[in-house]
Design a protein around this ligand. Structure first.
Ligand code: MCA
Ligand code: AMP
Length: 510
């Protein structure tokens, strides 16, 4: 009986004494120990009544146990559904209901708030804390250290990752074993990973970047990772001499460049710096090379597709481009109105097809049909062009999306909360340039006639509903929103009007 994802990412390393995780305190978790822990957790999942294909919703801090839970799900054929640790109870409630998660694993600190949601959804609740303790560990301790993997096919679901939508309603992207496996194998080969590599891991593990790109690639190669609980630039500088690869969002690189100790000598043992999730400014690319002698390798991906394109390892890594299609992935640029493929150099919507492309949105056939064509091409919502040498340039978005420090913020989700506040007639949320985070959200509000808005009260409502990273960094009140002849709000005008406002928390009327 085979389970391709488990066999190729994890199973090959069972019993091996080489390090998989290196922790900041100097301790090491070997592959053997990690996989024994995962097997024990797989037993807990089975004994908890989970069947292959059931969803397990996980909102926990980054830890070796959190990663072992991912491995346990793969081994037990359970669909892993990781959730941002910043999500509020309101947000979690939606994901749990929508996915029909049979089990929820969360930090003991939020178990009280989640209990009614779990009860209503008929889900079992287990806890897993940042230090690895909790009911999951308590149950796992008594379990055998090996587990007979549940048979899976490459088309079976391995993970459900939610990605927000332009309507304000999040969609669960269904990722199969094959989606994850082919992409990990391709990236490990393209980026020449070997068992000698040590990846400096400072990304969260609830998104594609930190979970699938960084972790799966390390596993494919049998390499190791320095697992940091979160990004901390001083820690990165401290640990860089022990590492060979860093994967990060552009903010990692701008913060490193701001660090006085970050120089050529510190980076001399590194062989690769990868950037993605948001546009890397060409200027950052150039400054980084001047400072360290390394050219950052920028790549382009999505939750729905894993990675699509990457600058070459050996060839020319071109600043301001996301490189060439990965082996097995087709990329084309099409006319948004006619869907016709455009010639090289022309700007249009970016579409991708390949074994990396997801199976569709969870229980949303209409949304799936609107974005995933019958011939397998996925309409990314990004705009760009392919140049004469085949490099893809991302030049804009056909979707109303803000990317702040690598996190996606869908304006509609915030606008729905702002519009629901007393005295608010309407609102528009826009992204403006931010030195540290790339972009930051600003809420532009119109009050009902004669109403004096209480912006603190409005922010308080946003705070209980939405995760911190989605909060507008500034609210401004305007007499009316600019509209075109079709009555559509012209966000480009607002972006221009507010582009120079500092992305701080000051609230004012424009
Ligand atoms: C934290 N905060 C943020 C963000 N992160 N606000 C807006 N945008 C953010 N990205 C909040 C904090 O809660 C805090 O709130 C305040 O801002 C200041 O936080 P700070 O200490 O500066 O932030 P940090 O903890 O250092 O985090 C910044 C970060 C982090 C390191 C850039 O956001 C991060 O790790 N981003 C990576 C996201 C990622 O992995 N994306 C991949 C998605 P308070 O004021 O209350 O203190 S996968 C993807 O996009 C595709 C598939 C792809 O291509 O990879
Ligand atoms: P997500 O929904 O979190 O998977 O975010 C995917 C989106 O991030 C893509 O559709 C792009 O808009 C953006 N993105 C990812 N990588 C890059 C990159 N290297 N340059 C520009 N945008 C990127």
């Amino acid at each position: 009986m085979t389970n391709p994802l488990y066999d190729q990412l994890f199973g090959r390393h069972v019993g091996k004494g080489n390090p998989f995780l290196r922790l900041a305190d100097g301790s090491v978790v070997t592959y053997a120990a990690f996989l024994a822990r995962a097997a024990q957790m797989a037993h807990v999942l089975m004994q908890g009544g989970l069947q292959p294909g059931d969803r397990l919703a996980v909102q926990v801090q980054k830890s070796p146990e959190a990663l072992a839970l991912y491995a346990a799900c793969v081994q037990a054929g359970v669909v892993f559904l990781p959730l941002n640790t910043a999500y509020t109870t309101d947000e979690l409630s939606y994901f749990i209901d929508d996915s029909g998660a049979r089990m929820i694993v969360c930090d003991a600190k939020v178990a009280g708030a989640l209990t009614p949601i779990a009860t209503r959804a008929g889900s079992r609740l287990e806890t897993l804390n940042a230090d690895g303790s909790g009911t999951l560990k308590d149950s796992a301790r008594a379990m055998p250290e090996s587990f007979q993997s549940i048979a899976r096919a490459t088309d079976d679901l391995a993970a459900l990752l939610y990605t927000s939508g332009t309507t304000g309603r999040s969609k669960g992207a269904m990722l199969s074993q094959g989606n994850l496996l082919t992409n990990a194998a391709t990236l490990a080969k393209e980026w020449r990973f070997t068992a000698e590599d040590v990846l400096l891991h400072a990304l969260p593990i609830f998104h594609t970047h930190g979970l699938f790109v960084a972790t799966n690639v390390t596993l494919v190669a049998g390499a190791s990772m320095i697992l940091l609980p979160q990004f901390n630039v001083d820690q990165l500088v401290e640990l860089m001499p022990q590492s060979t690869v860093l994967m990060g969002v552009p903010t990692f690189y701008t913060r490193l460049l701001d660090h006085p100790r970050f120089d050529r000598k510190l980076a001399s043992g590194m062989r690769l710096f990868v950037s993605g999730s948001a546009p890397l400014l060409a200027d950052t690319h150039v400054q980084f090379e001047d400072r360290t002698g390394h050219r950052i390798l920028e790549r382009y991906g999505m939750t729905e597709t894993n990675m699509n394109t990457a600058n070459p390892y050996a060839g020319n890594r071109r600043a301001g481009t996301v490189g060439l299609p990965l082996p097995g992935v087709e990329v084309k640029v099409t006319d948004p109105d006619t869907s016709a493929t455009l010639p090289r150099g022309a700007i249009g919507q970016i579409e991708v097809r390949g074994p990396n492309v997801f199976k569709g949105y969870w229980q949303m056939p209409e949304k799936t049909a609107a974005e995933l064509r019958a011939d397998g091409f996925f309409i990314t919502g990004d705009l760009g062009k392919i140049d004469e040498d085949g490099y893809l340039h991302i030049l804009g978005r056909n979707k109303d999306l803000i990317i702040s420090g690598g996190y996606n913020i869908y304006p509609k989700e915030i606008e729905l909360v702002l519009d629901a506040q007393p005295g608010v007639l309407e609102s528009a949320v826009i992204g403006v340039p931010h030195r540290d985070l790339g972009e930051t959200a600003i809420g532009v509000i119109v009050a009902e006639p004669g109403v004096q808005l209480d912006l603190d009260q409005i922010m308080a409502a946003v705070e209980v509903t939405l995760a911190r990273f989605k909060h507008p960094r500034r609210l401004v009140v305007v007499p009316e929103l600019p509209r075109n002849t079709m009555a559509k709000v012209q966000k480009n005008i607002l972006r221009e009007q507010f582009k120079d406002v500092p992305g701080d928390l000051t609230r004012q009327s424009a």
